[in-house]
Design a protein around this ligand. Structure first.
Ligand code: NAG
Length: 345
């Protein structure tokens, strides 16, 4: 397990990798940034307390290296074709798609999502959080340079949202649920990307906040599987409440903050005449909300027993509890605050 100082170093290089990738003005520089980012994330994954992370880091390494190598190869090929031979074949409409595909593999959009659940299953919650938020920033930003509306992009978006909704059905592991939710939100971010206007950045920011909120509540109650939420003591009632309300917020239930980016994206898609796609995406989000609500209901009402031996206390977790409470109140009232602020301006 890396020591704290090593962690600080690696987190710094990880973030600088992202910054290099998003701010470079050549594809080679972008590739370099992605590589620095990957090489600092791999050692962060290691943990001596269990063995799953070795498998996870190996899987992650192989997939990401495949993606970077493909990206570099495509970029070099494009440059060579343009500079040396001025071949016409690279000028065809599929060049952006060819460069976008490895970036989609990197960010885990379906159908390139197969590595994602397996990798998440072997990571600690902190690393899961990094994988779902920071690690998606650079590929999405790079995609925003060349993505365009066509059949390829639309089918990626649709498969991502459908996979996210169907894949999460009947999952019992919290990590799996968060993974499929992440795949789904990648699809929504791609949809925000093709409507233009940096809308995806707003979506990404709110999504990251919500993911961190859910993760802090999950960490606080040390839950890895859904059945562990059914039996809890009275003290943990509050953490349970925070966990499920922020999960519903992540699922886009109207009064919560998570509905805001969803609303904006649907609005923009309708303005851009993508109503059929928006309809399908809304239907998939309905499937999601169905099973999120099912989980929340059963955990709150049906099986809420308190076993006698469940005497663990949360006394030494006060600071974590306070930060989780602040975050989940943002996720609960964020949208109302936004509308009040817009009304005042
Ligand atoms: C996918 O994202 C949409 C929009 O935020 C949301 O309504 C839906 O519940 C999400 N589905 C999953 C599986 O997270």
């Amino acid at each position: 397990m890396p020591s704290n100082s090593t962690k600080i170093l690696l987190l710094t290089t990880l973030v600088s990798g992202v910054l290099v990738a998003v701010s470079s003005n050549s594809w080679f520089g972008a590739w370099m940034g992605l590589e620095v980012n990957l090489m600092s994330f791999i050692p962060l994954m290691s943990n001596t307390k269990n063995m799953y992370n070795t498998e996870a880091s190996l899987k992650y390494f192989i997939v990401q290296v495949l993606a970077s190598a493909t990206l570099l190869f495509m970029v070099v090929m494009k440059t060579l074709a343009e500079d040396l031979f001025s071949l016409a074949f690279m000028e065809t409409s599929y060049t952006p798609m060819i460069i976008c595909t490895p970036l989609m593999l990197k960010s885990g959009a379906a159908p390139f999502h197969w590595w994602f659940p397996g990798v998440m299953e072997g990571l600690s919650w902190e690393n899961c959080g990094l994988l779902m938020t920071v690690q998606k920033a650079a590929p999405l930003m790079l995609m925003s340079y060349l993505i365009e509306i066509n059949v390829f992009t639309s089918s990626i978006i649709l498969t991502s949202t459908v996979m996210g909704a169907i894949g999460g059905l009947n999952q019992t592991s919290m990590r799996k649920i968060m993974t499929y939710s992440s795949i789904n939100h990648t699809g929504w971010m791609l949809a925000a990307l093709i409507t233009g206007d940096n809308l995806w950045l707003t979506y990404f920011m709110i999504y990251s906040t919500l993911v961190l909120t859910v993760l802090s509540a999950i960490k606080l109650s040390s839950v890895s599987f859904i059945n562990q939420t059914l039996l809890t003591n009275k003290e943990a009632m509050l953490t349970k409440f925070m966990m499920f309300t922020s999960l519903l917020s992540l699922g886009g239930l109207p009064p919560f903050l998570g509905f805001l980016p969803k609303w904006i994206v649907i609005q923009e898609m309708i303005v851009n005449k993508m109503t059929p796609m928006a309809t399908i995406m809304v239907i998939t989000s309905l499937i999601t909300l169905y099973y999120y609500l099912k989980i929340s209901y059963s955990s709150f009402m049906i099986l809420s027993e308190e076993p006698k031996w469940n005497l663990q206390s949360h006394k030494n977790k006060t600071s974590k509890k306070i930060s989780a409470m602040i975050m989940s109140s943002i996720s609960l009232t964020g949208m109302l605050m936004c509308s009040i602020m817009v009304g005042m301006i």
